[in-house]
Design a protein around this ligand. Structure first.
Ligand SMILES: Cc1cc2nc3c(=O)[nH]c(=O)nc-3n(C[C@H](O)[C@H](O)[C@H](O)COP(=O)(O)OP(=O)(O)OC[C@H]3O[C@@H](n4cnc5c(N)ncnc54)[C@H](O)[C@@H]3O)c2cc1C
Length: 437
């Protein structure tokens, strides 16, 4: 069958554009055979390929990527490798403390493995294990922070609270009224991380980029057309996340979303003085529909907000409109920087499921899949790819039950209700977020 949905990213991803230019891609241009083929060079695919190769050094593993690793959602994300479960802010999260603690342990296993890989291989990605600050700018946001603190208390997680004056000293801006520092997440330059992960694969992994899989005949053995060549293999790991439906699997079970980021040019000396504060910080909004902010040592400021539904996972359409919303969010926080424009604005494709379940396991004979991490795939995608690889080779981590329990993603509402539902939900959440956007 023809693969019905292919990635088509632009070159507006700030994280990648500020790095040195990439070398020419290694395009697949012949017929090859491989023991395992991993489709997709995001966090899930990179982890699965590495772990398969580590555990079976005599086997051949091919990682096949449609575009450039670093210009995918993984390299377009905001770089928070989050240890807490994403829904920790949700009402009722800590009601089941045993499960909540296991979710945190799962994410920490992802953070710790990435830490080991980054440091063993000397990957230069500005790795900082300094945690994240959840910050509020309104009474509603403060209420959300109190709920979050209550959830952390219930699962005996450490954190510290910070008042408006302390936040102003740290951030320069006086926009925020209250903050909660959770110390165990890691911050990185995400494009540098994924490029580094791909470049330091074990020797039995071959990485082909700019080689989209355009046709697949399911076996086993499976036959794939990719780039200018083809591959025959008994074992495929599908890690295409926002584009997985193109492979004819999970039809109407994944919700394709784009989320968006913008990055300023570097501040001048005068602008940095006018802002004050520390030169490196990371803010998660108290309200889930609010704005993520990072200030970087290279004096650039990053803004992320908005989720938009896109049936075709198209991250090009609508970017200028979203950049306008980002501008407003920036001006609200940084009125002392009226002339600091965005140099880059971009989107990245995700997939979510209605019931919050991800995919990790064998989905057809010799077809394995890892995807759908509900928007926080750095830690979760990494550990999902790692555990999937281990289970393929016969060993199963006890925490894997958190990834493959139940029946997987539930069926979407039929269209147009699915699309309308996502849009209404997004508008409702924006309205709820108010000034936190
Ligand atoms: C703006 C933004 C901010 C974000 N911030 C964070 C954050 O701070 N922390 C966090 O944890 N998460 C964040 N995320 C989410 C995170 O990026 C994703 O959860 C993560 O990238 C998912 O990893 P993945 O490997 O499943 O998918 P992807 O990173 O999307 O990788 C899938 C890969 O499959 C490839 N592919 C698809 N089809 C084909 C084909 N036919 N042939 C070959 N290759 C194919 C794609 O090109 C892509 O490289 C953010 C996302 C965005 C867009």
């Amino acid at each position: 069958m023809k693969v019905g949905l292919l990635p088509d990213y632009d070159n507006r991803n700030g994280w990648l554009e500020i790095l040195p230019p990439l070398p020419e891609p290694n395009i697949l241009d012949q017929h090859i055979e491989a023991d395992h083929v991993v489709i997709g060079g995001g966090f899930g695919g990179l982890a699965a390929a590495r772990r398969l190769a580590e555990l079976a050094p005599e086997s051949s593993v091919v990682l096949i990527e449609a575009g450039r690793i670093g210009n995918n959602a993984a390299g377009r994300c905001s770089g928070f490798i989050i240890d807490h479960a994403h829904n920790i802010r949700a009402k009722g999260f800590a009601d089941d403390t045993v499960n909540a603690k296991r979710q945190i342990a799962l994410n920490r296993a992802g953070v710790d493995w990435l830490d080991e890989v980054v440091h063993t291989n000397g990957i230069d990605c500005d790795w900082r294990r300094e945690g994240k600050i959840h910050a509020a700018a309104s009474p509603k946001g403060e209420e959300a922070l109190r709920g979050f603190a209550g959830s952390l208390d219930a699962v005996a997680e450490d954190y510290s609270m910070h008042d408006a004056a302390a936040l102003k000293r740290r951030f320069g801006t006086g926009f925020y009224t209250s903050g909660l520092h959770a110390p165990h997440s890691v911050l990185v330059q995400p494009a540098a991380l994924v490029i580094g992960l791909a470049r330091t694969m074990p020797p039995n992994v071959t990485v082909h980029e700019a080689s989209p899989v355009t046709d697949i005949a399911y076996g086993p053995p499976h036959s794939l057309q990719a780039g200018l060549g083809s591959i025959s293999t008994p074992s495929v790991v599908l890690a295409a996340n926002g584009f997985a439906e193109g492979f004819g699997l999970f039809k109407k079970h994944l919700i394709p979303l784009i989320t968006w980021g913008s990055m300023t040019r570097p501040l001048t000396d005068d602008e940095a003085d006018a802002l004050g504060g520390e030169d490196n910080y990371a803010i998660i909004p108290a309200h889930p529909a609010g704005t993520t902010v990072r200030r970087r040592p290279d004096r650039r400021i990053l803004i992320r907000n908005q989720y938009t539904f896109s049936r075709t996972s198209d991250a090009k359409r609508g970017v200028d409109k979203v950049a306008g919303i980002h501008r407003k969010s920036f001006e609200n926080r940084y009125p002392m920087l009226p002339d600091v424009e965005f140099e880059y604005s971009w989107g990245g494709a995700l997939s979510l499921s209605r019931n919050g379940a991800g995919v990790c396991g064998e989905v057809a004979d010799g077809i394995f899949a890892t995807m759908a991490y509900q928007g926080t795939g750095m830690a979760k995608g990494t550990i999902s790819g790692k555990y999937l690889a281990e289970s393929m080779l016969g060993s199963r981590d006890p925490l894997m039950g958190l990834l493959d329990a139940g029946t997987g993603p539930s069926r979407n509402y039929p269209d147009p209700f699915n699309r309308w539902g996502v849009r209404m939900n997004s508008r409702w959440r924006r309205w709820q977020a108010g000034i936190e956007e």
